[in-house]
Ligand binder design. Structure first.
Ligand SMILES: Cc1cc2nc3c(=O)[nH]c(=O)nc-3n(C[C@H](O)[C@H](O)[C@H](O)COP(=O)(O)OP(=O)(O)OC[C@H]3O[C@@H](n4cnc5c(N)ncnc54)[C@H](O)[C@@H]3O)c2cc1C
Length: 445
């Protein structure tokens, strides 16, 4: 099979998708949510759950799951984004502990939702193994555990090199950390399950309804090409696309998009599976700055993301394809598992994630308490974005809870600079981090 470039493997599940109609009239709502990803759908669902009488509307510019939520690798992990030593260094001990508890609760929340609502998304609580592929990366992983322990937290179970290699046969692995509660899921099926729950709960969803402009008078007025919504409250859950909406001047530099790339191989033969072991088919990740994450699919492929991120300048969003990174992923898969050198890559795609200047998610009011937003959900956003939706719903309903008191709410992260400085800055950070990766590892590029 030849390579399907730019085609997201998750769409190849044989299911015919029926989108909701687009907005073609002017309507009123109590709450309007923009963005049909995990953050937006979870917000809408939780709003309706807590306030059944309210009219809740959700607008998605393309189809549900068009963004990162429908394109990701499906790792469901209790991580806040960066590694724990860096989180502690950037935000301090107390905030690092809070962030860890938040991430654990986010993962518990997905376990709860899948079970309670019988979400059919190939959810498998198989754990997640983070490996080190060089001596210096092994030291880094061990110091990560020490950081967790010094803060009284459980960062996973350490596995020596022989144990890791006995499980997954790669001579590169020098030891690993196993996170038991983590899971894998099929992201597109999962986001469509969120859509099912929203519709069952009574949320009005409009697809192919891009929001072009927002203005706030006595009510918040949101315009799409063929219809308008007047709402009492608005939640902007567009993550990496937030800077594109007009009317948010002054807030457009809160985040900037970066692109993550991903490949799916052809299914492995029984002999190939035997050669690499991997009995439990758990998620696997290395611990570079620009990490690699690899997971088996239900039909026996390997799906791999990571390596260098893609950058864009200004408002450009056309970075979904990156043959250079796809090739690097393929080469590195062969470096992990030389026995898979001939394995063909059959799908390759990419998607935008959102990064704030200080690398932590940012949630809160946008100047006016009627407008809320969520952004900066990057690397490990599958679990946290769904939990962020619950947080956003509580904030929109003006509740004061443990979630709404979490320190990422209503903080004021530094804005990214104007172009061309923003692009130069992102490029320099990426160059520096990838140079460190090269210096600290000799086999993975
Ligand atoms: C290739 C890749 C692999 C990843 N792998 C993992 C992983 O394995 N584990 C993990 O934890 N995280 C992973 N992530 C990150 C994770 O997917 C995201 O953090 C998470 O899905 C963000 O969800 P979201 O709802 O905030 O944003 P999105 O899913 O991007 O949703 C935003 C939605 O808003 C819509 N929108 C934008 N502008 C408008 C507008 N003007 N009007 C209406 N709608 C609009 C978009 O179309 C989109 O559907 C990965 C990301 C990528 C790209």
């Amino acid at each position: 099979m030849s390579l399907k470039e730019g085609i997201n493997f998750w769409h190849e599940n044989g299911e015919k998708y029926i989108p909701e109609p687009s907005l073609r009239e002017n309507i009123n709502a109590d709450f309007l949510v923009i963005g049909g990803g995990f953050s937006g759908l979870s917000t809408a669902f939780n709003l309706k759950l807590q306030s059944p009488e309210a009219k809740v509307v959700l607008l998605e510019s393309e189809f549900i799951g068009f963004g990162a939520s429908g394109r990701n690798t499906g790792f469901c992990v209790a991580k806040f984004g960066l590694d724990m030593p860096t989180i502690k260094m950037l935000y301090g001990r107390e905030r690092a502990i809070e962030a860890h508890h938040f991430s654990e609760q986010a993962l518990d929340y997905i376990h709860y939702m899948v079970k309670k609502y019988n979400m059919q998304s190939e959810f498998r609580a198989c754990g997640f193994l983070q490996v080190a592929c060089s001596d210096s990366r092994r030291k880094k992983l061990l110091s990560t555990i020490e950081t967790y322990e010094a803060m009284g937290l459980n960062g996973g179970n350490w596995l020596e090199q022989s144990k890791v290699q006995e499980n997954i046969h790669s001579s590169l692995f020098k030891g690993g950390l196993f996170h038991e509660k983590s899971a894998l899921l099929h992201p597109l099926k999962h986001i469509r399950e969120w859509k099912r729950l929203c519709l069952q709960q009574g949320v009005d969803i409009y697809e192919f309804s891009p929001v072009q402009h927002i203005c706030h008078q006595s009510q918040v007025i949101t315009n799409t090409p063929y219809g308008q919504v007047q709402s009492k409250k608005l939640v902007i859950a567009t993550n990496a696309y937030m800077h594109l909406i007009k009317g948010l001047e002054g807030h457009q530099r809160k985040q900037t998009p970066l692109w993550a790339y991903i490949i799916a191989t052809e299914p492995l033969s029984d002999e190939q599976w035997q050669a690499i072991g991997w009995q439990n088919r758990e998620g696997l990740q290395d611990n570079r700055n620009f990490l690699h994450a690899i997971r088996p699919s239900e039909d026996g492929r390997l799906i791999m993301t990571g390596n260098m991120p893609g950058l864009s300048f200004g408002q450009m969003m056309n970075r979904d394809n990156n043959p250079k990174v796809w090739q690097a992923l393929k080469d590195n898969l062969a470096a992990f598992f030389p026995v898979l050198k001939q394995l063909k890559v059959t799908y390759a795609w990419g998607g935008a994630i959102s990064v704030t200047m200080d690398m932590a998610p940012s949630i809160g009011y946008l100047g006016d308490e009627r407008i809320l937003y969520s952004t900066g959900c990057f690397g490990h956003g599958v679990a946290s974005s769904q939990f962020n939706g619950r947080l956003l719903s509580e904030l929109a309903l003006e509740k004061e809870t443990a979630l709404t008191n979490f320190w990422i709410v209503n903080r004021q992260p530094l804005a990214w600079p104007f172009e061309p400085l923003r692009y130069l800055m992102k490029k320099s950070i990426v160059k520096f981090m990838s140079l460190e990766d090269r210096l600290k590892e000799n086999r993975i590029r």
